[in-house]
Design a protein around this ligand. Sequence first.
Ligand SMILES: Cc1cc2nc3c(=O)[nH]c(=O)nc-3n(C[C@H](O)[C@H](O)[C@H](O)COP(=O)(O)O)c2cc1C
Length: 165
Amino acid sequence: MNAIFTRTSVRQFEEREVEPEKIEQLLKAGFAAPSALNECPWEFYVVTNKGTLATLSKTSQYARPVANAPVAIVICYNTSTLKSLDFVDINCAIAAENIWLEMEELELGGVFMAVKPFEARVEFVTKVLNLPENIIPFGIMPLGYPKNKRQQKERFNAERVHYIN
Ligand SMILES: Cc1cc2nc3c(=O)[nH]c(=O)nc-3n(C[C@H](O)[C@H](O)[C@H](O)COP(=O)(O)O)c2cc1C
């Protein structure tokens, strides 16, 4: 899959809306992710409200690009449908990567910003989005049409590959 090798973090965006069909396609990519016990614990909040994006950009000092994005997908999980919390962060991370790779296919770009495991960020996003008690925010993905696109750097490191024959 080429997107794996072309994806980079995008933090600056053109002033252009993202088509609703493309947002839906990103959400489909998120829901297509594998999850432990196939529990599919995700809930996705799609934020386009400028004021809310500006507030979400204050989630942490590293979340500023959210303010420049036309859209942010907030990846959350639903605790009331889960048998176990053991794998929930892994499940959300896989969905995030699916969405990130699908952006590449759609000529969009974005970045992932951690909410969990920081309690203060979880509380902040919960408040901003007025989330019910059973919905926990995991991460924020601001996205849009990239202002400029970098090439991915080679990270393959043969010294860290260990063959046991
Ligand atoms: C778990 C995780 C948390 C991240 N948090 C932030 C963040 O808060 N702010 C940000 O600008 N980038 C964040 N990033 C993006 C990383 O900085 C970026 O993926 C890394 O520098 C590699 O660059 P690349 O995505 O262009 O390959 C995060 C990435 C991951 C996987």
